[in-house]
Design a protein around this ligand. Sequence first.
Ligand SMILES: [Zn+2]
Ligand SMILES: [Zn+2]
Length: 240
Amino acid sequence: MEFVRSISEKALGILYPPRCPICDEITETGGGICPACAGKVREIGEPVCKKCGKPLENERREYCPDCAAKKHLYTQGKAVFVYGEGIPKSLYRFKYANKREYAEYYADRAAKRYGAWLKSRGAEVLVPVPMYFWKKRLRGYNQAEIFARALGRNTGIPVDTRLVKRVRNTAPQKTLNDVQRKRNLKNAFQLVPDIVEYTQIVLVDDIYTTGSTMDAVAGVLLDAGVKNIYYICISIGTGY
Ligand SMILES: [Zn+2]
Ligand SMILES: [Zn+2]
């Protein structure tokens, strides 16, 4: 069995040689980010906003201007990469060009950076932000779910994709302003089971912009009696 597996893995390696998740060139090192791209990603480090996890320019502040001004429903969130340089194109291919294998790299970095944080929060389950079923059928997959599964394998935290569903197809958030975003997401998510037995849930998504999606899903879960909603995103913008 081992033998068969190693043969088939080798065959797969020839058919699909590992590619750098940033530039998509074939890597000689057998996976991960290529040396040329190492300087093209910025992982997020302290100081960060204690609420949303955005990098802070002024380290004496606790919150970013956005979180200082408005109340979020989630308890706290973290992101792995600054949305800039090589990341936007990488995420675009991950989302729209079937580059699902990039999730391994994102999840590896997320687990290294936030594994201890997840443990300290008592994270019971990872819940990918759901996609409207028709959209998922057209695209073939939900990128948040692919990332959540990879993160689950890296951290040992189970993944639950049946807790919340998206019941409306919403306009892409990036085209809307803050008020429109909220209206767009009103009643977009619905709880699936009658009872939620988790108390500490971690939502998982690819990009965090204003937090309105996270708040919309968090609202549904808080109404169901969940105590804390956290999140992990692959990337977060630095603008406010
Ligand atoms: Zn590269
Ligand atoms: Zn913030």
